[in-house]
Design a protein around this ligand. Structure first.
Ligand code: ADP
Ligand code: MG
Length: 604
């Protein structure tokens, strides 16, 4: 994070004209080190050993506060160093040999909790303090043992932590500070009840610190309820562009998304790519198909055991497996060094998800590339999702087969023509021998073939994309015609009537209200949640556990902000290409039970 170099400065000083600028550079970075903030010796030693010199901006801002007795809300981008920003001030006053839990950090996922626990461990290396992580999916007994042996710093996921509170194994009476890390994500994952359960069990006299990159309404509500006069430190503005991340959207034909992905990987050639998709099934399928194509890839999702998750992460981190296909479980907080590309397959659920996923690259000042694969239909929604932001996005069509072949040829030629061979290489003699026995051109052709026998060849799909685009321009809703048989249509189809976009909503309202699932209810829900007139809603088609609604542009543009309102009616907008829960799941379970199941899958 140290920005200027002495050389830069000397050059600046050389000319009078820009002397002022040089001075400000000097001032900017002069001696802002961890030592400037009265951090205790033991921590400074650990930081030095880790090799960190300059605190990141969020760390500086927090440390500058100086007194840490208040509640606090900190907003900063992903990868900006929030973990140390809360650990350093909290550890400042901790007793050297604390033997009961005094600090609780709650994290949305097991990986993030374990990662934070590891940061706390190296940081407290010179203090006689121990750290325990309370995460689901791992055995209880080591956690119970660490707690009994006097762990002072507790890092946990909400579900498992509440378990320990309820069993009485986590003694909360000395907890003087609780950190809600990635607060937005915890609420997204449906941990509200657990969080409240835990917060209510903590001593009233305590500090509550909320760290989050985004502040959606639910987070503000939680903050209002549980934080007292929080000091607010914000290093982000909504819609801020992370300047180290380049966003590039690739348009792919909707029915040949995987083929599009293969072409993009062959074209972009990511060194280490973290792929995101929507469902567990999708992650497994994509990873499997990538392997079939000759890529080294594995899935990471919430229903793997912790052991499996750790193993997959380890081979991704070591570089032996360059592609990891993850569900959103891995989207937050996960810090893997050297992720060169984030690849989002399909439309992200919302802006926050988009920002968080792309934040897995471009960490700690390195540049990263964020690729998003979208069908023409999704592209429109994506633009809408980002309409109030200043984000710069590069738009491209899926690379054609010709482009891929050209780049493959370049790479092969570079490898064969420019890499030197040792003059005493045994291969030289062998090669000479073979050249005497076979035609050189044929030999080279065979070698090239062998060189490429295990690499994917790419797909010819550019024409599909063109066709899909044309089709959409001619008749925006024709794609849905297959779903029309036997469907109810609210209004007559007149050719003069403007067409809207068919949008799929998961519908759990019927089960919740014991039947009463009718078109009128859906129409009322849409009009009130999206604040539109009835004319802005076209056809409504009821299915078992979902409903297709035709939204005119006015209604469609409010879909994002109307999400919460629709949820009150048991309606949840879905995007094409999602795996749907089976009909029986939603019919027999309430929304709460559904959420709980989904979340348990992610956490436990
Ligand atoms: P966030 O929680 O904001 O997403 P993290 O706390 O996970 O970010 O930090 C991101 C990465 O930056 C981690 O690998 C961390 O070790 C590293 N990092 C944190 N602080 C510093 C620092 N002062 N100097 C260099 N690297 C740092
Ligand atoms: Mg973090």
């Amino acid at each position: 994070m140290k920005r200027n170099t002495d050389k830069d400065m000397e050059q600046n000083m050389a000319t009078d004209i820009i002397e002022a600028a040089a001075e400000s550079v000097e001032e900017d970075t002069a001696e802002i080190t961890f030592k400037s903030f009265g951090i205790r010796e033991e921590l400074l030693k650990a930081i030095e050993r880790k090799g960190f010199v300059t605190p990141t901006p969020v760390q500086q801002k927090v440390l500058e506060v100086g007194s840490f007795d208040n509640d606090m809300i900190v907003r900063a981008k992903t990868g900006s160093g929030k973990t140390l920003a809360f650990l350093l001030p909290l550890l400042r006053d901790m007793k050297h040999r604390e033997r009961s839990p005094s600090m609780l950090i709650l994290s949305p996922t097991r990986e993030l909790a374990q990662q934070t626990a590891r940061e706390a461990e190296w940081l407290t290396r010179f203090l006689d303090i121990s750290v325990v992580s309370l995460v689901g999916g791992l055995e209880m007994s080591p956690q119970l043992r660490s707690l009994r042996e006097g762990a002072a710093i507790v890092v946990g996921t909400p579900g498992r932590t509440l378990d320990h509170v309820e069993r009485g194994s986590l003694d909360t009476k000395n907890i003087s500070c609780v950190v809600l890390d990635e607060g937005d994500q915890m609420l997204d994952m449906g941990f509200r009840d657990e969080l409240e359960g835990i917060l209510n069990a903590l001593p009233k006299e305590r500090r509550t610190w909320l760290f989050s990159a985004t502040m959606p309404t639910e987070v503000r509500e939680l903050a209002n309820r549980y934080l007292k006069d929080p000091k607010i430190i914000s290093l982000v503005h909504d819609g801020d562009q992370h300047e180290d991340i380049l966003h590039r959207v690739y348009m792919v034909p909707s029915r040949r998304r995987f083929e599009g992905l293969v072409n993009i990987l062959l074209w972009e050639r990511p060194k280490r790519g973290l792929l995101f998709c929507h469902t567990r099934l999708e992650s497994i399928e994509i990873a499997q198909k990538l392997q079939d194509e000759g890529f080294s890839a594995a899935a990471l999702h919430g229903e793997m055991t912790q052991r499996e998750r750790n193993a997959v992460l380890a081979s991704f981190k070591s570089g032996s497996m360059p592609y990891l296909v993850a569900t959103n479980v891995a989207a937050r907080g996960l810090d893997v060094e050297g992720v060169t590309h984030v690849i989002q397959v399909g439309l992200p659920d919302d802006r926050e998800t988009f920002v968080h996923r792309s934040g897995r690259t471009g960490r700690a000042g390195n540049e990263g590339i964020d690729l998003v694969l979208l069908s023409p239909l999704e592209a429109g929604r994506f633009k809408m999702m980002l309409r109030s932001t200043q984000m710069k996005i590069e738009w491209k069509d899926v690379p054609s087969l010709d482009m891929i072949h050209a780049v493959q040829r370049d790479v092969a030629e570079e490898k064969l023509l420019t890499t030197p061979v040792a003059s005493d290489s045994a291969y030289l003699e062998w090669a000479g021998d073979m050249l005497e026995r076979a035609d050189a051109k044929v030999l080279v052709a065979k070698l090239l073939e062998a060189l490429h026998s295990r690499t994917a060849k790419g797909y010819s799909i550019s024409a599909d994309l063109e066709r899909e685009r044309e089709r959409r321009q001619r008749a925006p809703i024709r794609e849905e015609s297959g779903a029309r048989t036997g469907a109810m249509r609210r209004s007559a189809v007149g050719s003069a009537r403007p067409h809207g976009t068919m949008t799929r909503l998961r519908n759990t309202g019927a089960s919740r209200q014991g039947g009463g699932n009718d078109v009128g209810r859906i129409l009322n829900a849409l009009c009130s949640a999206l604040k539109v007139e009835r004319g802005a809603v076209g056809a409504i088609r009821l299915k078992d556990d979902y409903v297709m609604v035709e939204l005119l542009p006015e209604a469609l543009s409010r879909l994002e902000q109307g999400k919460a309102g629709l949820a009150k009616w048991g309606l949840y907008p879905e995007d094409e290409g999602y795996a749907k829960p089976r009909a029986s799941d939603t019919r027999t379970r309430t929304r709460d039970a559904y959420d709980r199941k989904k979340r348990r899958g992610d956490e436990n």
